[in-house]
Design a protein around this ligand. Structure first.
Ligand SMILES: NC(=O)c1ccc[n+]([C@@H]2O[C@H](COP(=O)([O-])OP(=O)(O)OC[C@H]3O[C@@H](n4cnc5c(N)ncnc54)[C@H](O)[C@@H]3O)[C@@H](O)[C@H]2O)c1
Length: 269
């Protein structure tokens, strides 16, 4: 029987874990016996996630980090090692979205800010975490970078975000080659459209309208589904998967949809 018990006791940092996909990953890791450093720029919500994990019997600590700042990311990794004695994995999840506009209308400052958080932050995470994973002699190290479907496809009106996320996929592939000899798989998760705070206070009808347009299976992704993929990638079951950019998008980016009349629709009855 296949099971995920290899993750039990592993020490992992999850960035951007106060909300959305990062929170779902942190909760899933803790539910499966991992020791989690919940990291986010948002202290209040990050601490709430730690309380939720502890109330369910899990193990977690919070550490505030702005992932665009070198000394803070180093401090985060040092904190994980000081707290748990080692580091096994990092999920570079924190990121921000950009406004939609044509490429020439983005300011240089907007481009630089997005790069600093969505790309440089991922580089900093890999840099310090890999050093700690190697130094503390983890036997089950892993790096997961949360990119986006915009990391593998161009997106109109999203030049800054798509550039950063393509950069994340490039970092993933290069780092995967660097660390494959040391048994540290490095992969990117590329979500389609998930139900997170991105949607703000949008009414349910609007969200389901969008889901029909954006997703061939008619619904937005549930953040828990990202948690399950991140759990698999953290486990020893996935150690032969490295350097991959894994789309999780219900076929949204598999190709063109051509409407066709089924000859035998009664099969669905
Ligand atoms: N939700 C989606 O549909 C979707 C799709 C594709 C990719 N993504 C990617 O998934 C990741 C998570 O997105 P989400 O939808 O959960 O967003 P979210 O806004 O719900 O959560 C992001 C978290 O990151 C934190 N954060 C922001 N800037 C930070 C910084 N500088 N340092 C540390 N923490 C910071 C926020 O405080 C927040 O808790 C992002 O990298 C995003 O680009 C999301």
């Amino acid at each position: 029987m296949t099971d995920f018990s290899s993750v039990k006791g592993k020490v992992a940092i999850v960035t951007g874990a106060a909300d959305g996909l990062g929170k779902a990953i942190a909760l899933c890791y803790a539910e499966n016996g991992m020791q989690v450093v919940v990291s986010d720029i948002n202290v209040e919500k990050g601490q709430q996630v730690v309380e939720e994990i502890k109330s369910k019997g899990g193990e977690a600590h919070f550490y505030q980090t702005d992932i665009s700042k070198e000394d803070e990311v180093k401090g985060l990794v040092d904190f994980a090692v000081a707290t748990y004695g080692r580091l096994d994995g990092l999920v570079n999840n924190a990121g921000i979205a950009a406004e939609s506009r044509p490429t020439h209308e983005f300011s240089v400052a907007e481009f630089d800010r997005l790069m600093a958080i969505d790309l440089r932050g991922v580089f900093l995470g890999i840099k310090f975490a890999v050093e700690a994973i190697l130094k503390t002699k983890s036997s089950g190290g892993f790096i997961i970078n949360v990119a986006s479907q915009a990391g593998v496809l161009g997106n109109s009106s999203m030049a800054t975000y798509a550039s950063a996320k393509h950069g994340v996929v490039g970092l993933t592939k290069s780092a995967a080659l660097d660390y494959a000899p040391y048994n540290i798989p490095v992969n990117a998760i590329c979500p389609g459209t998930f139900r997170t705070s991105i949607w703000g206070q949008a009414p349910e009808e609007v969200i389901s309208q969008y889901a029909k347009i954006l997703s061939p299976n008619g619904r937005l992704g549930d953040p828990k589904e990202i948690g399950h993929l991140a759990l698999f990638l953290a486990s020893d079951l996935a150690r032969y998967i490295s350097g991959s950019a894994i789309l999780i998008d219900a076929a949204s980016h598999a190709g063109k949809v051509t409407p066709v009349q089924w000859a035998h629709p009664e099969i669905l009855e």
